[in-house]
Design a protein around this ligand. Structure first.
Ligand code: ADP
Ligand code: MG
Length: 223
């Protein structure tokens, strides 16, 4: 798999309210990459991740997955594409409060009319240390456990790439470190492509390729 972003730009508002959230970003992501993107608050990190994952569309520029232009897809096609190919992890976990951990994890499959692979679900739950939390509701779980459930949900459809937007931003340092270790394990053991946004330089340095974004301008850092 190869994700290619060219000249990707997002401009909000006009006149005095014009904000260039992302300014002509070029980026190529290949299978097995572990990429970090670091930058201060308001620098365009979430904007970039939303564009790369097709959650939002750009003002200018193109994005392709294996040569296929994904902004050319219809809304329905794009939703299906995202469910199958992309896992997304949010800072706020975004679990549905009335569903158990297990139900939250398998939700992307249910939306796609697919049955969960029970063996794989068990493997994921074991890897993430949540095997005896699967019948709990989100409010019965700690923040770190909720984020692990969200990681399992991002992985359940065996996506080709996982985007994580400040996944440790709502966690204390101990839980944050644990969640990062798990993401690193997911990358190493499952060979998943991982793109992670952070403003923690320690986390950014865990990645093989490191990018900086300042005022919407993305640059790769030599490591
Ligand atoms: P980060 O994730 O790095 O904190 P964002 O990508 O969320 O930054 O935002 C980048 C810039 O774009 C900020 O100046 C923000 O205020 C602006 N922005 C983000 N979303 C919107 C929106 N929906 N409407 C107007 N401005 C926005
Ligand atoms: Mg953000």
């Amino acid at each position: 798999m190869c994700i290619t972003a060219k000249n990707l730009s997002k401009i909000y508002g006009s006149g005095e309210n014009r904000v260039v959230a992302l300014d002509k970003a070029y980026l190529e992501i290949v299978s097995g990459d572990f990429i970090s993107i670091m930058g201060p608050s308001g620098s365009g990190k979430s904007t970039l991740l939303h564009l790369l994952s097709g959650l939002d569309s750009p003002t200018l520029g193109s994005l392709s997955y294996d040569g296929k232009d994904i902004y050319g897809l219809s809304d329905r096609e794009l939703s299906a594409f995202r469910r199958r190919k992309i896992g997304f992890i949010f800072q706020q976990f975004n679990l549905l409060p009335v569903l158990t951990a297990r139900e939250n994890i398998i939700m992307p499959l249910l939306l796609d009319h697919k049955k969960p692979d029970e063996g794989y679900l068990k493997e994921l739950a074991g890897l993430l240390g949540i095997e005896n939390r699967l019948t709990h509701l989100p409010h019965e779980l700690s923040g770190g456990q909720q984020q692990r459930v969200a990681i399992a949900r991002a992985l359940i459809a065996k996506p080709e790439v996982i985007f994580a937007d400040e996944p440790t931003g709502n966690l204390d340092s101990k839980n944050g470190s644990e969640v990062m270790e798990m993401l690193r394990t997911v990358h190493e053991r499952m060979g998943r492509t991982l793109v992670i946004i952070t403003h923690d330089s320690k986390i950014a340095r865990m990645a093989q390729r490191q990018f900086l974004i300042v005022d919407g301008v993305l640059t790769e850092v030599e490591v």
